[in-house]
Design a protein around this ligand. Structure first.
Ligand code: SF4
Length: 419
């Protein structure tokens, strides 16, 4: 399969052309429907006894109940293409620099986050191994096969980083430790460092410490929602999901303590109903704690509880991307910036010439995440087209070209070079 899709960014039915941000009142998730008893908790898959065989490509629907971590993991389409496990091409990139792995179980993630393709409510109509997540398929592959390929020549691997994404499942911690240990037993973590994308709901301080002891380099928390209200609405009580803002912050502070400065951070999705001021306030808080923010542009994932809602308008997204970069990497503080009454940025708090340099440099508009081997502000985790179609790129998985910068400037309404 190919990663190239020719879709445009969806708008809400009846959305006004002049819309320039996603307001809280309009970003209400729909409620999950009742799951039929015979499909609850992966029952329908577990009723079979078909052994897994090699690589499992989503949509095969072979109902392999034994395909689970730590023996099996799922990996992003981009990682599978880079590893040579799948054929395909990615628009504008030869490969991805991050080997994103996802723990997998027949009963899947037990949480119900409204924006997520892996959420529990989907068991009503789609088996876990066949669900789309951040817009792409995730084939399931034996972990030993992945390690065999990468361990052949880690120093010259296209991957600059490996990341284990935990999900909400009773086996998640133990299997994360096992996958991490299997990796570091064969692959020097200095050659390819490892990040953990954690699931704080079921974690303790000891669990965080164990990931560090087993060789993890960076620990991140998928906070995703920028405010406690949004968190509760999209990941907590609002959608019958178990997560709590306070628990996520508890684990964030443990990670800060154990991993230290620049070695922890949080994922944030922009455009789920927060204001620009609110999300940048969170970015500043993370920087003040010594961490980083890794941002995603909200995209209505097909099959999720927010698939009827509009993607983040590009002007809102670009303003936040630019301001976040200034706070994270240029020592600009949120109190130097100015916002309008709706919390939108109207002044970035830097001289026009510096702003022009940052825009033209383009790094601010690339995918953000844990660093690779190029430089600190260039993410290994480039997630090609995880938050937009290639026809309307939100996070650039490659250095934006001149024509891209022109487009970005139009989206920012800063069309003329200021220098
Ligand atoms: S915990 Fe993670 S994987 Fe599970 S539904 Fe929420 S966002 Fe998706």
């Amino acid at each position: 399969m190919s990663c190239i899709e020719h879709k445009t960014t969806p708008s809400a039915p009846g959305a006004e052309v002049s819309r320039d941000h996603n307001p809280f009142d309009e970003m209400e998730p729909r409620m999950p429907l009742k799951t039929p008893v015979d499909r609850k908790n992966g029952k329908h898959v577990k009723a079979n006894d078909i052994p897994p065989q090699g690589v499992y490509l989503p949509n095969n629907n072979i109902l392999a109940p034994h395909m689970k971590s730590p023996e099996y993991v799922q990996l992003s389409t981009a990682a599978a293409i880079t590893l040579g496990i799948m054929g395909g091409r990615m628009y504008g990139c030869e490969c991805t620099r991050c080997l994103n792995l996802l723990l997998t179980y027949p009963e899947g993630c037990r949480a119900n986050c409204a924006y997520c393709g892996l959420a529990r409510h989907r068991e009503a109509d789609r088996d876990y191994a066949d669900r789309n997540f951040i817009r792409v398929d995730w084939p399931a592959v034996p972990m030993a096969d992945i390690i065999d390929i990468v361990a052949g020549d880690p120093a010259n691997s296209p991957f600059h980083r490996m990341c284990i994404s935990m999900i909400t499942h009773p086996r998640s911690e133990q299997d994360t430790f096992t996958v991490l240990e299997q990796w570091t037993d064969r692959i020097d973590p200095d050659a390819i460092p490892v990040s953990i994308l954690s699931n704080p709901t079921t974690m303790t301080r000891e669990d965080v410490q164990r990931t560090r002891d087993l060789g993890a380099d960076i620990f991140t928390i998928a906070l995703d929602a920028a405010t406690p209200e949004l968190f509760d609405r999209t990941r907590g009580k609002g959608v019958q999901s178990p997560h709590k803002w306070s628990k996520y912050w508890e684990i964030m502070l443990e990670a800060r303590d154990i991993f230290g400065p620049q070695k922890f951070g949080a994922h944030i999705i922009v455009g789920m109903g927060e204001t620009e001021y609110e999300v940048l306030n969170l970015v500043q808080e993370l920087v003040d704690l010594g961490g980083h923010s890794h941002m995603f542009c909200f995209f209505p994932e097909q099959g999720s509880l927010m698939d009827h809602l509009p993607a983040t308008p590009r002007d809102q997204w670009r303003r936040v991307q630019l301001a976040r970069y200034l706070i994270d990497y240029r020592d600009v503080r949120i109190d130097q910036m100015r916002f309008d009454q709706q919390g939108r940025i109207v002044d970035y708090g830097v001289a026009d010439a510096e702003l022009a340099d940052v825009i033209d440099d383009g790094i601010a508009f690339r995918t953000s995440g844990c660093p690779g081997k190029f430089q600190d502000d260039i993410s290994a985790c480039d997630r090609p087209y995880g938050d937009s179609p290639p026809s309307d790129i939100a996070s650039y998985p490659f250095p934006p070209k001149k024509k891209d910068i022109k487009r970005i400037r139009r989206q920012l309404d800063i069309p003329v070079t200021l220098k």
